[in-house]
Design a protein around this ligand. Structure first.
Ligand SMILES: [Fe+2]
Ligand SMILES: [Fe+2]
Length: 287
């Protein structure tokens, strides 16, 4: 069976073959094409709720603009700690030379993604939405911090990839917006392949040393982390920027609505089934 180290060798080769320059990859238009969707309606956080039904077409388009800005910002804000964590793990004695070699590409590609999302958001949205997550210090079982770090990576990358793929395929979407989603997905396919195998190996290595209580504690943290990550997709500032009143109430209403719960379940299906299959989660959580 292929190990994460073997896979890393293949992925390094692929990253070198597809090596790209973020500063010359795009011709940034003066403005985005007007009147087109930026986030497909079905992916907008209010979709399927009464609040969505009450919006006219112009309001929906405006909301799609800021929702896309929020999505790109979320990915960018997730990539910052990701790069930090990957850099910490370069040349670690726990990893093979091949893994360190691949982590260099992982870091390089994530850095480029931040540059491209940052440029897009500054040019067309007027800002990058700030990071919302706060991480509380806690006690870890042996290896738990390592496993938790790669779980966070999986969550940001798998959810992001679901959006990237859906947006990239959608012909209603503004072309520059589609292009960034397309470019991101190409690199992410490699990161996800690596992450899936590497995280499974890590968990396998450490879980034997955890008590039942520690395992249960870890699993409830993971469910909470997944829920908090979804919560970031319902941003009151986005609603305000789109000209909608009562942003916080809108967020609460949307998060509690069965239509959005069904969407989150569907959008996380691949990620959750991986967590269950590997034993990182005992069962599918309600999201
Ligand atoms: Fe990325
Ligand atoms: Fe990535």
């Amino acid at each position: 069976m292929e190990t994460a180290s073997d896979l890393a060798t293949r992925l390094t080769r692929a990253s070198r073959k597809k090596f790209w320059d973020v500063y010359n990859a795009f011709t940034w238009p003066e403005a985005l094409v007007e009147g087109m969707w930026m986030m497909p309606p079905e992916l907008i956080s209010l979709y399927g709720t009464p609040a969505w039904d009450s919006l006219d077409e112009a309001q929906r388009l405006r909301l799609s603009h800021f929702e896309l800005g929020n999505f790109f910002s979320l990915v960018l804000q997730g990539e910052r700690p990701l790069v930090q964590g990957l850099v910490d793990r370069l040349y670690s004695k726990k990893n093979s030379k091949e893994i360190t070699e691949y982590l260099h590409h992982f870091v390089d590609e994530e850095n480029k993604h931040m540059v491209m999302f940052g440029e897009f958001c500054h040019r067309y949205i007027g800002k990058v939405y700030p990071e919302k997550k706060i991480s509380l210090p806690r006690e870890y079982a042996k290896g738990e911090e390592e496993v938790a770090f790669f779980c966070k990576v999986m969550v940001v990358e798998e959810l992001g990839d679901f959006y990237n793929i859906t947006i990239e395929k959608d012909e209603r979407i503004e072309p520059m917006t589609r292009e960034l989603n397309r470019v991101h997905h190409i690199d992410e396919a490699r990161h996800l392949a690596f992450g899936r195998l590497y995280l499974a190996e890590l968990f396998e290595r450490y879980r034997a040393g955890w008590s039942e209580e520690q395992l249960a504690g870890f699993r409830s943290w993971l469910v909470e982390y997944l829920r908090a990550s979804w919560g970031d997709y319902y941003n009151p500032t986005v609603y305000r920027d789109a000209g909608l009143a009562d942003g916080y109430e809108l967020r609460q209403m949307a998060l509690a609505h069965p239509a959005t719960a069904a969407f989150r379940q569907r959008a996380s299906a691949k990620l959750v089934s991986y967590f269950v299959k590997t034993g990182l989660l005992a069962e599918e959580p309600a999201l």
